[in-house]
Design a protein around this ligand. Sequence first.
Ligand code: 13P
Length: 283
Amino acid sequence: MLVNMNEMLIKAFKEKYAVPQFNINNLEWTKFILEECQQNNSPVILGVSEGAVKYFGGYKTVTAVVRSLIEELKITVPVALHLDHGSSVESCVKAIASGFTSVMIDASKYPIEENIRITNEVVKIAKKYKISVEAEVGAVGGAEDGVANEIKFATIEECQELVKKTNIDCLAPALGSVHGLYKGEPKLNLARMMEISTILSIPLVLHGGTGIPDETIKESIKCGISKININTELQVVWALAVREFLILYDKEYDPRKIINAGQSAIKKAVLDKIVLFGSYNKG
Ligand code: 13P
């Protein structure tokens, strides 16, 4: 069932668990993730970065793949198709026009007033079509799709201002997490996370979910995190499994067998997150 993120996030926020966002890269990943979420009755957000959209062959291709898989695999759990880190109003509009049910407008690199102005432009359009909107304040560290950032902690005042002046559905306050693999132990500002959540009472999003210790994930959920993004971890476990397969079967050339060699590794990682985030049986 293709839906926006609203209902699933409000439920998660109230019941204190987090909905996983898994980033997708191709048909097979989408299929593996949907099957595992259906199997465990978990709602799921399929995150697609602008780079992944390009790789798929365009927004419409992504939508067609996701819609067809939901239909043909008889997926009944709530699924949101979400643009991850939309960098402009144009790219959010393209996603919406192609059938995405949710967008993130990431104008966090601009001063807060400009971030608010751009976010509002997207919200205005999105609300007409019942599309959910995520925005970001501060900066998540590390690199995604080749775009690198220094960590910049979100301030409570800026989060308050953005939420007050826009009608967003969830907020990603950068509080020390990093996209990609962490160098050393992640240091999240959980106290500030709790304060932002208490003041704003809006579902919060944790980016850079890969490599955050389980205990910290559980603490974050207690502090108001209702959506956690996972990208790199699936890439790492898939690549490891495929590499092993190719060493073992060095004459194999059937792409279906090669890509599928990472299926159980992806499904295991998806299940682990569903259990850790508490989204099992919340579909
Ligand atoms: P990771 O790649 O660190 O899991 O982060 C994913 C993410 O935050 C996507 O927006």
